[in-house]
Design a protein around this ligand. Structure first.
Ligand code: ATP
Ligand code: MG
Length: 351
């Protein structure tokens, strides 16, 4: 088992270091190799995603990714900017399924944008399709019959694109509360009708999962009204973009939210994927030892679960994180004073 560790820029290396320490402490016999990505890769190698970094990623079972972004690179041409590295990895490795868990840890309810009693019930996972939808259809400008300029973006999904994300979502549901809510707009959109048909077909492979369909407008409302009712939510690229940000604000703490982007390739024990915190490189606090590493540590737990089949180790990490937070060891993003290494040490102590 091998992990490619890509720390990146800003606070990326600081938070990744703590996640690596946590994986090492579990003594799982995993090899970890590091490579440059983002602004630091541009500075050293002339490209934000050097060939050797991509090669290492391809030769690994999973990628642990920190963050990319570097104010020094703001003036570069678009294809050389640090952010292109993550887009390049998603594209080159066909990472089509974005998983974002949203959970409010005990004691942190007041950080949510919602009422504490509503927030406290949140423990859901959003599975967003990443490679299709309106982002990748034909798009452009044309002149309409009135002679006005008109913009258009074609929304499309193929059966195979929906089928593969459906399997990811049903498998995720099997590993959680066995409830799946598929979000679409089937009353208006043909893509959504196809989406619904394929979801219903794939559901036959997962008879233990309770399936529900919801229109996206209702889902946006329910996510604020009664978020505790959701377990796994699966949706397309556009709806998922919006709902996953909405869900993260319902939780409220940027330093605690992890994500996975899963690919097509099956590893010996799971699915190949890239794991990263949802926050960015945070240049304002980089190099100060202030960044909260929890989101990256939780991303490492997702990596062990989804790519390496080590669900028990993942559970142990998540339980340790919850215990540290319950003890009130909080980073600056949560109004606390604990530094990066201090939080990492506290997680290691709980393990
Ligand atoms: P990007 O464009 O890379 O997403 P950004 O500036 O939009 O960068 P972040 O880098 O996520 O967003 O930072 C947003 C704010 O949250 C910053 O003030 C940053 O210091 C803070 N922040 C982000 N991540 C953490 C963290 N892990 N711990 C503490 N504070 C954080
Ligand atoms: Mg940002």
């Amino acid at each position: 088992m091998k992990i490619a560790v890509l720390p990146g820029d800003g606070i990326g290396p600081e938070v990744t270091r703590e996640a690596v320490r946590v994986i090492e402490a579990l003594d799982l016999g995993i090899a970890m190799d590091e490579a440059l990505v983002g602004g630091c890769a541009y500075k050293a190698k002339g490209h934000p995603l050097p060939a050797e970094t991509l090669d290492l990623a391809r030769a690994s079972d999973a990628i642990l990714f920190g963050a990319v972004g570097d104010p020094d690179c703001d003036a570069l041409e678009r294809h050389l900017r640090p952010e292109q590295a993550i887009l390049g990895l998603r594209k080159e490795l066909t990472l089509f399924a974005n998983l974002r868990p949203a959970k409010v840890f005990a004691g942190l309810e007041s950080h949510s944008a919602l009422r504490p009693e509503v927030a406290g019930a949140i423990d859901l996972l959003i599975v967003r399709e990443l490679n299709g939808d309106v982002y990748f259809g034909e798009k452009g400008f044309r002149q309409n019959a009135k002679g006005e300029r008109e913009g258009y973006d074609i929304m499309s999904y193929s059966e195979s694109e929906v089928r593969r994300i459906a399997h990811v979502a049903f498998r995720a549901a099997m590993g959680r509360g066995k409830r799946l809510c598929s979000v679409d707009k089937a009353n208006v959109l043909e893509t959504s009708q196809l989406w619904r048909d394929v979801i219903v077909e794939v559901a036959k492979d997962y008879p233990q999962v309770e399936l529900e369909h919801m229109y996206v407008d209702n889902a946006a409302m329910q996510l604020v009204r009664a978020p505790g009712k959701f377990d796994v939510v699966v949706t397309g690229n556009l709806f998922g973009d919006i709902l996953s940000d909405q869900a993260s604000m319902c939780v409220g703490s940027i330093g605690l939210l992890a994500s996975a982007s899963l690919g097509e390739r099956q590893t010996a024990h799971g699915t190949f994927g890239l794991y990263e915190p949802i926050h960015g490189s945070a240049p304002d606090i980089a190099g100060k030892g202030l960044a909260n590493p929890m989101a990256t540590i939780l991303s490492a737990a997702m990596l062990l679960r989804h790519s390496l089949g080590l669900a028990q180790a993942a559970d142990r990490i998540e339980a340790a994180v919850a215990a540290v937070l319950a003890d009130g060891v909080l980073g600056g993003d949560l109004g606390g004073t604990a530094g990066t290494a201090e939080i990492g040490d506290a997680v290691l102590a709980k393990l």
